[in-house]
Design a protein around this ligand. Structure first.
Ligand code: COA
Length: 404
């Protein structure tokens, strides 16, 4: 029996963030590493995007295991047990499989037996959309504790011959637990969510769906990689981030200068700078960590929140704004009042950064690391990787072993 739907308990007086956490893989991929793969430079990437490096998941890691570690940290921070979670929402555009949901696998990995678990597909806005979904379940009294995870393993969906996309993205996961409280006030005060299908093909991944099922032909065409119209997306992002944030702030009855900290989706430092300028606020009112992780899509707001709290940038009573945009085009913003004791995060210190999900007994995956990326990871000081060095579909190295 699931833990959802016991409405007799009645609706809580408020819905608050009770736990938060994140996880990024250990392996760093620097701009210098990318210089070996495509015609780019550290200087170009830094000045056009603000990115210095990003993380790459190890071969044994998947989106579900990244998400599960962030989830375990968030649950520990909340002072809860995995079994206390009634609903698990995972936002991702890089699921372990098209089905089952990644949320089902996260549920297994964290050791929860009763939660309802499902995924949300809203690309980089997924964390905000997931938060809004979770808030609704708790606010209505249908659930007491809802886990929201944003997790991405983007480096396995990138064309490492396309300099327009492969320099931007990285891997990681962030999570929050939303819980009902008997105290009034705090939590979400304003919400804005939009979707503009005119932008549907500005960032997309063509194959693997009903329109174009995966086949040798789609693989030959490279249609299993993310495609993006960078300039159009940039234009949309600068416009929509500012208007979404402003709308959520107005719905909360606040003004932009009252917001203590904006935690924006980390896509490009120039986009964040443009939003700060548009709202007539100094850049230091915006949390930025894109230099270290690149764009981690649905994971970025959760990772940034965890780091902002760890750095002492968030205090009880602070007014925060989470704001994101992404493929779809989707955008979303949440204006919320922070209520949790920042030192609660110390409860997660003992959570080991490991998680695992069972694989089917009679099946094993192909080498998950794209061959050109593997060539750089396996030989960190090697020469540039020529474009015709590795045949697509033929992994340069076997990467199927589990960690010892
Ligand atoms: N290294 C070096 N040069 C590059 C390059 C790279 N990695 N990528 C593109 N270029 C080149 C282009 O080919 C172009 O050359 P040209 O003038 O000879 O044609 C030049 O740099 C300028 O390209 P442009 O696309 O105008 O650059 P830009 O300043 O718009 O920056 C992005 C490109 C992708 C960084 C930027 O458009 C962006 O951030 N867009 C939003 C992407 C985003 O947020 N996506 C995720 C959404 S959640």
């Amino acid at each position: 029996m699931s833990g959802i739907g016991k409405v007799t308990a009645g609706a809580p007086r408020s819905v608050r963030v009770s736990g938060w956490g994140s996880y990024v893989p250990e392996r760093v991929l620097s701009n210098a590493d990318l210089e070996r793969l495509v015609d780019t430079s550290d200087e170009w990437i830094r000045t056009r995007t603000g990115i210095r490096e990003r993380r790459v998941a190890a071969p044994h890691e998947t989106t579900a295991t990244l998400g599960a570690i962030a989830a375990k940290r968030a649950i520990a921070t909340a002072g809860l047990e995995p079994e206390d979670i009634d609903v698990i929402v995972v936002a991702t555009l890089t699921p372990d499989y098209p089905m089952p949901s990644t949320a089902a696998l996260v549920k297994e990995a964290i050791g929860n037996s009763s939660a309802a678990a499902f995924d949300i597909a809203a690309a980089c806005s997924g964390f905000v959309f997931g938060y809004a979904t979770a808030d609704s379940y708790v606010r209505s009294g249908l659930a007491r504790h809802v886990l929201v995870v944003g997790a991405e393993l983007l480096t396995r969906f990138l064309d490492f011959e396309d300099r327009g996309t492969c320099i931007l993205f990285g891997d990681g996961a962030g999570a929050v637990v939303l819980s009902g409280s008997d105290e009034p006030g705090g939590g979400m005060a304003g919400l804005e969510m939009t979707t503009d299908p005119d932008g549907a093909y500005m960032i997309w991944l063509p194959s693997g769906g009903s329109r174009s099922p995966a086949s040798a032909e789609t693989a030959r065409r490279g249609e299993h990689f993310i495609r993006m119209e960078g300039r159009e997306t940039y234009r949309y992002a600068t416009r929509t981030l500012a208007t979404s944030a402003l709308t959520a702030i107005e719905k909360a009855g606040w003004t932009p200068d009252q917001v203590d900290l904006f935690i924006p989706h980390q896509a490009n430092i120039r986009i964040i700078e443009a939003v700060a300028k548009g709202l007539r606020l100094p850049l230091d009112r915006f949390f930025v960590n894109i230099d270290r992780y690149g764009n981690t899509s649905a994971a970025s707001v959760g990772i940034a929140l965890d780091e902002a709290v760890a750095e002492g940038r968030v205090k009880v009573g602070d007014k925060l704004v989470f704001v994101a945009f992404g493929a779809g085009f989707t955008s979303g913003a949440i204006a919320l009042e922070w209520t949790a004791d920042p030192t609660d995060r110390l409860r997660a210190a003992s959570v080991e950064p490991v998680a695992s999900v069972r694989a089917p007994l009679d099946w094993s995956s192909v080498d998950p690391i794209p061959p050109r990326l593997a060539a750089v990871l396996d030989d960190p000081n090697g020469p540039p990787v020529p474009l015709d060095d590795v045949v697509p579909g033929e992994p340069a190295h076997a990467h199927t072993e589990e960690p010892s």
